[in-house]
Write a protein that binds this ligand. Sequence first.
Ligand code: AVJ
Length: 348
Amino acid sequence: MLYETYSNHDCLLKTFDAALQEQQNIVLQAGSLQDPVKGFAESVCKGMQKKPRQLECRFLYDAQGSKLYEKICSQPEYYLTRTEAAILQRYAGEISRKTGSCHLIELGSGSSVKTDYLLSAYQAHYTKICYTPIDISSTALKLAGNAIITKRPDVQVVGIHGTYNDSFQLLSSTSPALVIFLGSTLGNFNEEEEHVFWQDISQHMQKRDYLLLGVDLVKDISILEAAYNDAAGVTAAFTKNYITRMNRELGSSLDLDHIRHVAFFNREKSRMEIFLEFTKAQEILIESLQKTFSVAQGEMLQIEISRKFSLPEVKNNLHSYGLKPIKTYTDDKGWFGLILFQKTNKIV
Ligand code: AVJ
């Protein structure tokens, strides 16, 4: 797997097109991630000035965080990955027949393990499959990319080390495409962020392109809360790794023994809310910006939200962005949903 760095948008699209042409297996790094420590420092600084304080969850996924997330996925309480994988396994063939041959482009691909069901189905029906995983973890991308080209030498992998925003421009080159957005990662956006996201993506998708969206559905609170408070403490370690990253990259020197993972379901907002609670007062230092923030004893920093959806709500919402629901797939318990949409001309 080759790995190359590109400094501006123009350059990324051109290089992406060239890699497709030349049938390379490669990961291209988008300009947005070239100074990740600076981006992290600025983001923490901004988040600490909000009331209540909120940090951006995408910084959970450094090399260690991506590894811990994979470990979360195999915890008995964390039903999401397992349930979604079973739906994919069962319906990948049908999905591939519905969309026809297309370029698979996945947002937040991580380990790409679940996507393998789709790759397998598309390979069974079509020749020359191209897969574009997009992720903010270069380690996860390289590992996933190498695993795929080894297992499936006929699949071309052109990965993007970047953010969702970097991916939109690529949609001009990938049609007919299936945009894949799994794992209920959508739930990390609040309503406002979600609106901007669908606006951007629907504007860039070409007519008749498809979208496969995985969403976690509202269910019994005890099941939801258990999934984010696993008994082995892996989710707690994942959340606390945020502080480990701050200590390492920002020079924050925080005492992890007095910081606690807290996660509960907010019924009104239909979302899990995940916090780090400071059990003693501490100062957060951001060395490069010469800033410190005092955190009081008992204060909670919001690290992540994970919204829980209903299928009609999601389908209605996306319809207003010109994304027409084609078919919905769920598991027997109705815990998780996969919806296949197609881009139409009409923005309702
Ligand atoms: C990767 C966003 C789908 O919200 O369930 C898991 C992240 N955080 N446990 C989720 C997560 C804590 C996960 N997503």
